[in-house]
Design a protein around this ligand. Structure first.
Ligand SMILES: Cc1cc2nc3c(=O)[nH]c(=O)nc-3n(C[C@H](O)[C@H](O)[C@H](O)COP(=O)(O)OP(=O)(O)OC[C@H]3O[C@@H](n4cnc5c(N)ncnc54)[C@H](O)[C@@H]3O)c2cc1C
Ligand code: FES
Length: 349
């Protein structure tokens, strides 16, 4: 909590947020600045996300969005949303949210974050595409609070036009000697100084000063983060100093390695008088949502905990239990977004 915010009441997700401004960042990405009612402040760490709900066709669909603003400005928080081909919520937000529009939201969450008491002297940020959003919050916060921390900001995009926050980031790099911006464009149009092509092991080795004292934060597609992790390890960065954020939802057949098959089990939710069928390999969350049961699948990647439910009888395979405490796991709680049935189930919501 910072000094300005100390005496304020914090918003904890109990009331909807109101969009107070909208900024077009690129042809397919916009930033929405959100405020809580009664001038409540926001308490979050740079890198964390907030889950927002979109009322579409009579249902509220939830998605997670990294906060792109800095916690040093706790009066508002900003999310930056990129269009996804066929995406339900991202496109709805971009098509419908203007100043004045209210959005239900959940309190900020997530382990992918800079902890003010534990910031390394050298921080390497690696993002591709819209994975830049948590990095922007981290960079804004670091520049305001840790003038002595070296920030090595690696960002990959297709072209200048796809480079989110391009003006602000370049201005920040010009104004702050401790921010080293390494931009990689695969299809540059020649207007901006950048590295041409993709990031690779050699470029990581030559642009990073030395591996040992660096802490690295990665956000982008899975294969991008896998490669960057390998290159960082080869450059001497210990695995424990490499942190990753995954934006892509868990797919049923990859979450726990079980392909969706024709075998069916029963999924019973006695409190709501519902019994449904669940296919082997199908995610609990997909079935609970299909049945109209009150469950929130905000991040769909096993990190936020919003889809927590209790297995009262039966067994599941789970790909993630990250936000659950050992006591909750012991009591039978699982994440519906990351679990598939191994047989008939009784679930408590
Ligand atoms: C912790 C976290 C932070 C996130 N932060 C941001 C952020 O700052 N900005 C942002 O724009 N998004 C962010 N996302 C992704 C966001 O939550 C949604 O997944 C994304 O907006 C797509 O949702 P949708 O409803 O539009 O697509 P859906 O209707 O859920 O999916 C439609 C199709 O797009 C594919 N798809 C879904 N999500 C993605 C994706 N991220 N990339 C590529 N293909 C996808 C699906 O497989 C499907 O085929 C974040 C996700 C997480 C878990
Ligand atoms: S939806 Fe976030 S953990 Fe399942």
């Amino acid at each position: 909590m910072n000094a300005i915010a100390e005496h304020h009441l914090f918003w904890q997700g109990e009331t909807p947020l109101t969009c107070i401004s909208r900024t077009e960042e690129t042809h397919d990405t916009a930033t929405f600045e959100l405020a809580a009612p009664s001038a409540q402040f926001f308490d979050f760490l740079p890198g964390q996300f907030v889950s927002v709900g979109a009322a579409i066709d009579g249902k509220t669909l939830w998605r997670a969005y990294s906060i792109s603003s800095s916690p040093t400005r706790p009066e508002t928080l900003s999310i930056t949303v990129k269009r996804v081909a066929g995406g339900r919520v991202s496109n709805w937000l971009l098509d419908n949210v203007q100043p004045g529009v209210e959005l239900p939201a959940l309190a900020p969450a997530g382990d992918f974050a800079l902890r003010p008491d534990d910031v390394a002297g050298s921080v390497a940020l690696f993002s591709s595409g819209c994975g830049i959003t948590p990095m922007m919050s981290m960079t804004r916060w670091l520049l305001e609070n840790r003038a002595d921390t070296e920030i090595h900001f690696f960002h990959s995009a297709r072209s200048e036009d796809d480079f989110i926050f391009r003006q602000e980031l370049r201005a920040m790099a010009e104004a702050h000697a401790n921010l080293k911006l390494h931009l990689f464009l695969t299809q540059p149009q020649g207007r901006m100084s950048c590295h041409h092509g993709r990031l690779d092991a050699g470029r990581v080795q030559s642009l990073l000063p030395e591996g040992a004292g660096i802490r690295a934060y990665l956000c982008g597609q899975e294969h991008y983060m896998d490669s960057v992790s390998d290159w960082l390890c080869a450059a001497g960065v210990p695995e424990s100093a490499i942190h990753r954020e995954n934006f892509a939802p868990v797919a049923a057949d990859v979450s726990v390695g079980v392909p969706v098959s024709a075998e069916r089990f029963s999924l019973n939710v006695p409190a709501f008088g519902k019994t449904a069928e669940i296919a082997e390999g199908e995610l609990l969350l997909d079935v609970l949502e299909r049945e109209g049961l009150p469950i929130i699948g905000a991040c769909r990647t096993g990190v936020c905990g919003s889809c927590k439910c209790k297995v009262a009888a039966g067994e599941v395979d789970s790909g993630s239990a990250l936000p659950l405490t050992p006591e909750e796991i012991e009591a039978g709680y699982v994440l519906a977004c990351s679990s598939v049935a191994k047989g008939d189930l009784v679930i408590e919501l």
